[in-house]
Design a protein around this ligand. Sequence first.
Ligand code: ADP
Length: 494
Amino acid sequence: MEMPTTTTRALPLYIGGRFVEGQDPGQDVFNPATGEVIARAARATPDEARAAVAAAREAFDRGPWATATAAQRGRVLLEVAQALRARAPELARLETENMGKPIAEAELDVADAASVFEYYGGLATKLTGDVNPVPDDALSLTLKEPVGVCGQIIPWNYPLLMAAWKVAPALCAGCAVVLKPAEATPVTALELARVLDGIADLPRGVVNVVTGDGPVVGAALAASPDVDKVAFTGSTATGRAILRAAADSNLKKVTLELGGKSPNIFFADAGWEAAVEGAVFGVFVNQGEVCSAGSRVLVERSIHGRFVEAMVEKARQIRLGDPLDPATRMGPLVTAAHRERVLGHVERARRDGARLVLGGGAPRGLAPGYFVEPTIFDGVDPGARLAQEEVFGPVVAVIPFDGEEEAVRIANATPYGLAAAVWTRDINRAFRVVKRVRAGVVWVNHMQPTYVEAPWGGVKQSGLGRELGRYGVEGYLELKQVHVNLSEKPIGWY
Ligand code: ADP
C-alpha cells in the first residue's frame, strides 16, 4: 500500500504483512517541542490485537521462518541493519519530532538500533546447543528452539531502539512477534515496520506492529493464550500487571525491564572533572527519561558542598531548546501529562524539605513545548519520596554520605536494582562497591554507556531476565533435551 510520509497522515497497523487502517479513528500524536499534532495513530481494538497475534501464530506455526536456517535468518537481520542505516537521518528526525530527544541523541539511537540488528544477525549462526555427558550408551543433546509467538511491549523513551532491542533477538531465535509501541511514540516503530516490509526474505506475519492503549492492546498480548512469551519494558506497576496476566492465562514466559532509582556514587578521590560531568550526564541525558538514570547522586561528605556547586555550574550549561538543533542537549519531556507528573515530584520534594539548588520549573521562552529545567535537589533524605520514587525526568536527588559502608547501605535502600555507578581512583574500593551493590549493571568511573554486546537488566523490582548480548537471545529460546539411545538392548527391567 502506498504510504505518504507518516508525519502528515493517519498511521496504520501492520498485521500479517499488510498496512491496514485501524477501526478506531485513533489518537493524536504530538511533537512535544511544539505541542503540534504530527500524526494520528490507530488505537487497535481487542479484535485487531487478536488478528495480529493470529498472524504471528500462523507465521510461526506454519511459515518458513522458524525452520529457516540460522544463516538465512542472520542475513535478514543484517539487511535490516543496512536498511536502517540507509535511512538514518530521516529516522532520527522522526524520532526527535515524535519524542523530543535532541537530534544528536536520536542519531546515536538509530545507529545503535542498526547495531542491534547487526549483532543478532551475526549471532544467529553462533547459537549452539550442547552434548551432555550422560553415563550411558547414549547421545544426550540439548537443542535450542524458538519460544514461539512473542508479545513485545515497549516504552516511549527510546522508541526505535527499544523496538530493536525486542525485535532483533526474537528474530535471531526464529520467533514471530507482535510489537506494541507506547501510545505517545508510535512513529518510528511503524517506520521499522516499513523497513521490515521491504525485506523480501522476511515472511509476512513474522513481525506485526499494533499501536494503541496499553490497558487494551498491551493487556491483550499479556493475557493471550496464543502468545508464548511477553517481553516488556516500562514501569514496575505495569510489569506487575503483565506478570499477573501471564500467570492467569497460559503461564507464558515473561521478561521485564522495569524502573530504577540508580545510585551514582562519588568518593572524594574521584577524578574531579569526569566525575562532575558523569553526575550531570548520568541523570540529564535524554531529559532524564531513562530507566537507568543516575537519579540519586551519593557524594562523600568531604567533597559534598564543592561537588554540588560544580554540578550546578555544569548543569547550567546544558542547552535546552529546539531538539532538531544539533547543538541542543536537552529537549522537552515526552507529553504534557508526563511533564505534570514530573513537576508533581518536584513539588512534593519541596514540601518534604529537600533544598532546591537548580531549576524546578518550566524554562522561560520555550512554551508551548513540554520543557522542564534540569533540576537538582540537595540534602535529600535517603528515605524521602524523591530518593525512593522513579521520576523519569530531569530531577536529581543529591545525598551526602560518610564512608563506604554508608554509601553501599544507601545505594541498596530502594526496591529497585537496575543500575549503579561508582567513581573513585581506588581500584580495591571500586571492586568492593561493585560486589556489594545490588544492581544488574554497574559502571566504574562512567555512567550510562550501553552496548549490545553486554547484558542489560535489573535485579529486585527492576526486572526479570536480561536483554542484549548472548544472554538477550536466551529469553527467546527454549531448551529441548533429546536422548538418543545408542544401544539396541531392551531395558531388561521386566
Ligand atoms: P508509562 O507510565 O511511562 O507510560 P507504562 O509501563 O505504563 O509506562 O508503559 C509502557 C508500555 O506498557 C506502553 O507501551 C504502554 O502502552 C504499555 N502498557 C500500559 N499498561 C499496560 C497494561 N496494563 N498491560 C500491558 N501493557 C501496558
